[in-house]
Ligand binder design. Sequence first.
Ligand code: ZN
Length: 42
Amino acid sequence: MHCEKCGVEIEDGSTTCSKCGAEVSATDVKAANAENPVGGGV
Ligand SMILES: [Zn+2]
C-alpha cells in the first residue's frame, strides 16, 4: 500500500509511514467490525 500523505510505499502490516510517520489504515476490518459490534448482549 502507499502512504496517503507522502505517497511512499509502505510495507504491508505497518501502521505508520516510515518516511513521514503518518498513520496509515492497513485494512478496513476495524471499521467493518465497528458497524457490527459483537457481544452486544443484555
Ligand atoms: Zn508518508
